[in-house]
Design a protein around this ligand. Structure first.
Ligand code: UD1
Length: 422
C-alpha cells in the first residue's frame, strides 16, 4: 500500500488546476443506462472511484471508453444485458446504488446489492428505496440485494417528499423519474451543484425537468431519452481542499476553474478566519492575510451550507488557529476519525458527540498517521504541509478515490511531497 511523505514548513505559491467533480461524474455516468444512444462526459476526473463505476457499468453491458487520458468518458448502453449490480463492485463504493433508478426506469427490473457499512457512519439507502417505491416500484430485500420491479414494466410519476435532504436519493429519484410515466415532484430535494449538473445533462438528453437548485424539482417523464455530450462541473470539494493549502501553509495559490458560487459558505468561513479569497478571470486566488489564522465555528449542512466533505480539511486549518473553534457535524455521525490522527501531530481536539472543540496550537509536528477515509486523508496531508518535520500518511488508497495527481498539484506550488510505493 502506498503512502505519502510530506515535509512541512514552506509557503505555497503557484496555480492548481481543479478537476471535474467526482461526485457529479459518479451520478452522470449511470445516466448512460437511460438511453440507447451514446453519452459522452468531458472534464471527467481521473480517479479510482470513476474506474469502479466504469467496471460496474461494463458489468451491466454498457460500453465505456476512457479517452484523452481519462478526461473524456464515452459511454454507450444500447442495451442492458445484465440487470444485477454485484456485491463485489457495490461494496467498494456506495454511489453504485445510483444504477438502480435508471435500470428500473428503462427496463422495469433491477437487482442491486445493498452497499455495506462505511467508515463515516451507518449511511442507509432507505430514502432511495422509498422514492422508487412511491413511483410504483415493488421492492424485495433478500440475500443482501434489493430486487426491484416496476409493475407493467414502467415506473409512474409521484410526489416524493424526503424527510431530510439526501444528495444520493435525490439523484436516484431524478434519474428514475426522467423516464417514468407522468409527473414526479421531489420535495425537500438536495440543491447541491452536482444535482444541478445532473439535471443539465438529463435535459441535454431530452428530459423535462424544472426547479433544479431549489427544494422542489418537477420532472415530466418522457418515453425515451437520447444521447448527449456534457462537461462535468468543477469539483467544489477539490477546490475547497486546495484553497486551504495556502491558508494553512501561507503564501498565495490560484485555483484554476474555481468559482465562488460553488463554495460560498466555505469561502465566508475562510474570510472570517483571516484568509483572503478573490475571484480572478481564471479562478479563485487565495492568500493568508498577515498573522495567524483566527478560530471560527463551523456547522456542516446541506448545500448551500458548509459541506461535510470539507469538514476534515477545515479542522486541519483550525488546529493552528488563534483561539478555540467548535466544529459541528450535522450530516454524518462518526465523521471525526481524522481527529485522533491530528492529535498525534500535536493538535488539541476534544470530540464529544457530533461536536469537536479545537484549541489552536502554534505549530503541529510531523508524525506517522493513517488515513481513515477520503477527506480525512487529504486533511492529514494539509496538516503535514503545515507541520514541523516529516509526516507519513499511510493507507492513501482512500486519497486516490477522490484526488487526482495530489503530489504533482501541490508539488508545483512548492510543497515537499512524494509518494512512497509500498
Ligand atoms: C453524497 C456525496 C458525499 C457527501 C454527501 C453529503 C456522492 C457520491 N457522495 O453522499 O461525498 O458527503 O453527499 O454531502 O455524491 N441517508 C439516509 N438514508 C438514505 C440516504 C441518506 O439516512 O437513504 C442519510 C445519510 O446517512 C446521511 C444523510 O442522509 O446522514 C445525507 O446523506 P446523502 O446526502 O444521501 O449522502 P450521499 O448521497 O451518500
Amino acid at each position: 500500500m502506498d503512502s505519502i511523505l510530506v515535509r512541512g514548513g514552506g509557503e505555497l505559491r503557484g496555480t492548481i488546476p481543479i478537476a471535474g467533480a467526482k461526485n457529479a461524474c459518479l451520478t452522470l455516468m449511470p445516466a448512460t443506462l437511460l438511453t440507447e444512444e451514446p453519452l459522452t462526459l468531458t472534464n471527467a476526473p481521473r480517479l479510482s472511484d470513476i474506474r469502479t463505476m466504469t467496471q460496474l457499468l461494463q458489468s451491466l453491458g454498457a460500453e465505456v471508453a476512457s479517452l484523452q487520458g481519462g478526461k473524456v468518458l464515452s459511454m454507450s448502453s444500447w442495451r442492458i444485458d445484465n440487470h444485477t449490480a454485484d456485491y463485489d463492485i457495490v461494496r467498494k463504493m456506495r454511489a453504485s446504488i445510483l444504477v438502480l433508478g435508471p435500470m428500473l426506469a428503462r427496463d422495469g427490473h433491477a437487482v442491486v446489492s445493498l452497499p455495506g457499512g462505511c467508515a463515516i457512519g451507518a449511511r442507509p439507502v432507505d430514502l432511495h428505496l422509498k422514492a422508487l417505491e412511491a413511483m410504483g416500484a415493488e421492492l424485495d430485500l433478500r440475500d443482501g440485494y434489493v430486487h426491484a420491479r416496476a409493475p407493467g414494466g414502467r415506473l409512474r410519476g409521484a410526489v416524493v417528499e424526503f424527510p431530510f435532504v439526501s444528495v444520493g436519493a435525490t439523484e436516484n429519484a431524478l434519474l428514475a423519474a426522467s423516464l417514468a410515466k407522468g409527473t414526479t415532484v421531489l420535495k425537500n430535494a438536495a440543491r447541491e451543484p452536482e444535482i444541478v449538473d445532473l439535471v443539465h445533462c438529463l435535459r441535454r438528453m431530452g428530459a423535462q425537468i424544472e426547479g433544479e437548485g431549489t427544494e422542489t424539482i418537477t420532472i415530466q417523464g418522457v418515453d425515451r431519452l437520447g444521447g448527449a455530450t456534457h462537461p462535468v462541473v468543477t469539483d467544489r470539494i477539490e477546490l475547497g481542499t486546495y484553497m486551504l493549502a495556502p491558508a494553512i501553509c501561507g503564501g498565495e495559490v490560484e485555483c484554476l476553474g474555481g468559482r465562488l458560487d460553488l463554495v460560498g459558505a466555505f469561502a465566508e468561513k475562510l474570510d472570517e478566519a483571516g484568509i483572503s479569497v478573490t475571484e480572478t478571470e481564471t479562478g479563485l486566488k487565495v492568500a493568508r492575510k498577515n498573522g495567524r489564522v483566527k478560530a471560527v465555528n463551523v456547522t456542516t449542512e446541506p448545500f448551500p451550507g458548509f459541506p461535510t466533505d470539507l469538514q476534515a480539511q477545515m479542522m486541519a486549518l483550525l488546529c493552528t488557529a488563534e483561539g478555540t473553534s467548535v466544529l459541528e457535524e450535522k450530516i454524518f455521525e462518526n465523521r471525526f476519525m481524522h481527529a485522533p490522527e491530528l492529535i498525534r501531530m500535536g493538535a488539541r481536539i476534544d470530540v464529544h458527540g457530533g461536536h469537536a472543540t479545537v484549541t489552536g496550537v502554534e505549530k503541529l509536528r510531523g508524525a506517522p498517521v493513517m488515513a481513515t477515509d477520503l477527506r480525512a486523508s487529504v486533511s492529514l496531508i494539509l496538516a503535514g504541509l503545515a507541520a514541523e518535520g516529516e509526516t507519513v500518511v499511510s493507507r492513501v488508497y482512500h486519497l486516490d478515490r477522490g484526488y487526482e495527481h495530489v503530489e504533482e498539484k501541490l508539488g508545483a506550488c512548492g510543497a515537499q511531497i512524494e509518494r512512497i510505493a509500498g
